[in-house]
Structures are given as structure tokens and as C-alpha cells.
Design a protein around this ligand. Structure first.
Ligand code: AVJ
Length: 332
């Protein structure tokens, strides 16, 4: 039996024409507006969602395989070790709703453990990666009904009709929730509660607080892959927004902010310099930093408190023996 994928993509313009279709034009406007707004504030910033162009997604894949970057490995091992128990606690027949779709391997592990899933609904703004993930998963799980939803999962208001028929299990992996501030995470969790509805369950992967001797190398690896991932933002600005950043005059910087319990990534200007973006000039002081990402870390109790404020009750939390990562099963 074939898998049933329906993906509603805007029909693209011919790739050879060089013209932008409506979606590409919107994405470009969105990027330009975000960079200009971020450069108007102090400290300057670029939202971390812009890391994931084709090259950035490739570099992130490479990051997940680095010795120093423990989260992907630790979370995958937790899922492998506890998937049978998770499936038993969740119960059969639930529709799986995934927030973000960059983690097909982990999704496949979960779907395999759950047995017969009536439908799988991945939600992501990146249509291309949604399509790729859906295609790969449909090859892995014959007969699975996949209904991808192209939307911003922090604000999605409604699920497709197929997802309303049965009770739901939400899945939010990779500690992507760490990219949100505590206030944003609280409102995401409340929105997810509204979206998934009464009687639903939610499986969330959350990176744990730990010594900086482990935390910092994960964001500043020896091979410099994370540095390339960070600097790729400037490559993207040069290409898409007519920027003239000189990559050798900026450096990757990762620090742990104890007050906020998060790793912060920056691009640091190595000299006083003026850079042009979309015809505008931006002066950078020597040592001035552009904030590019925050990655919040939580203890098990801290995350349960945050989720509890949004109405989620803890069912169980799993951590690995080294206490690197946590998997939370919640219910409404
Ligand atoms: C995919 C957002 C969870 O914060 O650890 C990896 C992204 N940034 N290395 C993280 C990331 C730098 C990653 N998340």
C-alpha cells in the first residue's frame, strides 16, 4: 500500500527563469525586514530562524554529528530506550502532531513504537523541508496518512480536519523550545494546549542545565562547524540582501548567560567597520556583537513548572545517566 501524503505547496515559478514566485518574494521581504529591524536595535540581532537556508540546514545536520554536540545523540538514545514505555503511557490510536519537522529519524522512532497511527501532521514554515521529511517518513511507514501543515507552529490556530477526529499526541523534539525566551515558551505551550485539546498528550525534548565545560564546546566545536553555521547568516545577507560583509572580519562567539540559563551565540566584529545591506550603511564598533541565537537550558523541575503554568500535567520525565538531556511526557 502506498502512503498518502497531501502537501499543499504554492506552485513554483520555473527555476530557470530567475524570477521569484510569490512565496520567495514574501520570504525575502521577511528576511530583509527582520535584519533591518534587528540592526536598528542595540545589541544588534538576527532572529535564529534565518539560520536554516539550504546551506544552514546542511551545516546543522553536520553539527548533530559532532562529538561535542550531545543533544541529538542524547535525545535519540532516550527515545530508543524508552519508546515502548512512552507508547504504553500514551496509548494507541492517537494522531501525532509534530511541531517543526527537522527530525525525521526521531519521528520515525516514535511512530514505529506507537504502532498504528491514524494520521501524522507535521507543522513547519519551511515547505521544502516539510516535503522532504514527509517523503522520507512515508517510505519508512507504509500506509501512514501524512497531512503536513505549512504554518508557524508558535501561532498555529487550527489543525487539518483529519487531526480533529481522534485524540492527539504532540511531539516537539530537539530542544527547539530552548530557542524561545521563557515568556515565548509559556505562550507556545499555551497555544499547543489549545491546538491539541483536552485529553491530549505532549512529548517534549528539553536540553538540561549542566556544567559550562560540557555546554560551551557543544556551541563552539573544534572543527568550527558551528562557527560556519553562525557565519552563514552573513553569507545569506550578502547573497539575498545585497550585503558586503567580509566574513574574515567577524568571528563566532558563544557564551553561557548564567542569569538567563542559556547559551548565547553572537557574531563579533573584529574591527571598526562599515557594512552595507540593501543600500544602507551600518557602522560596527570593534568588538560589537550581533546576537544570533539563545538556547535556553532547563532543569526537569523548571520545565515542569513552565509547562504546568500552561495547563500541562507531568506524566513522566526521562533523563540519561549523564544528565545531558530530558524527555517530558505531559498531558492535559
Ligand atoms: C536546533 C535550536 C536546538 O540550540 O542547540 C546548534 C541549534 N545552534 N548549534 C540548539 C544550534 C547552535 C539547536 N536547536
Amino acid at each position: 500500500m502506498e502512503s498518502d501524503i497531501s502537501l499543499h505547496l504554492p506552485s513554483g515559478s520555473p527555476a530557470s527563469s530567475g524570477s521569484l514566485d510569490a512565496k520567495e518574494a514574501r520570504d525575502l521581504d521577511d528576511f530583509a525586514a527582520a535584519v533591518l529591524a534587528g540592526f536598528a536595535r542595540r545589541p544588534r540581532s538576527i532572529p535564529c530562524r534565518f539560520f536554516y537556508d539550504a546551506r544552514g540546514s546542511e551545516l546543522f545536520e553536520e553539527i548533530t554529528k559532532l562529538d561535542e554536540y550531545y543533544p541529538t545523540r542524547a535525545e535519540t538514545m532516550l527515545l530508543e530506550a524508552h519508546r515502548a514505555e512512552i507508547a504504553a503511557l500514551v496509548g494507541p490510536g492517537r494522531i501525532v502532531v509534530e511541531f517543526g519537522s527537522g527530525s525525521s529519524r526521531k519521528t520515525s522512532l516514535l511512530l514505529g513504537a506507537l504502532g498504528k497511527v491514524p494520521a501524522y501532521v507535521p507543522i513547519d514554515i519551511a515547505a521544502e523541508s516539510l516535503k522532504e521529511a514527509a517523503e522520507w517518513l512515508s517510505g519508512q511507514h507504509e500506509g501512514l496518512t501524512i497531512r503536513p501543515l505549512i504554518a508557524d507552529f508558535t501561532t498555529t490556530r487550527a489543525l487539518p480536519p483529519v487531526a480533529r477526529r481522534k485524540r492527539r499526541l504532540g511531539f516537539f523534539s530537539g530542544s527547539t523550545i530552548g530557542n524561545l525566551t521563557h515568556a515565548e515558551a509559556a505562550s507556545f505551550l499555551a497555544n499547543a494546549a489549545r491546538l491539541l485539546g483536552k485529553g491530549s498528550a505532549f512529548l517534549v525534548g528539553v536540553d538540561l542545565k549542566k556544567p559550562v565545560s560540557i555546554l560551551l564546546p557543544a556551541y563552539n566545536d573544534g572543527k568550527g562547524v558551528t562557527a560556519s553555521f553562525n557565519l552563514n547568516l552573513l553569507v545569506r545577507i550578502n547573497r539575498e540582501l545585497g550585503g558586503n560583509f567580509e566574513l574574515s572580519r567577524f568571528a563566532h562567539d558563544a557564551v553561557y548567560n548564567e542569569t538567563f540559563g542559556r547559551v548565547e551565540m553572537y557574531l563579533k566584529s573584529l574591527a571598526a567597520q562599515t557594512v552595507r545591506v540593501q543600500g544602507r550603511a551600518f557602522a560596527f564598533a570593534a568588538g560589537e556583537r550581533i546576537h544570533t541565537e539563545s538556547s535556553h537550558k532547563y532543569t526537569v523541575a523548571e520545565f515542569q513548572t513552565l509547562a504546568g503554568a500552561a495547563g500541562w500535567l507531568p506524566v513522566k520525565a526521562w533523563t540519561d545517566p549523564e544528565r545531558l538531556f530530558s524527555l517530558h511526557l505531559l498531558r492535559l
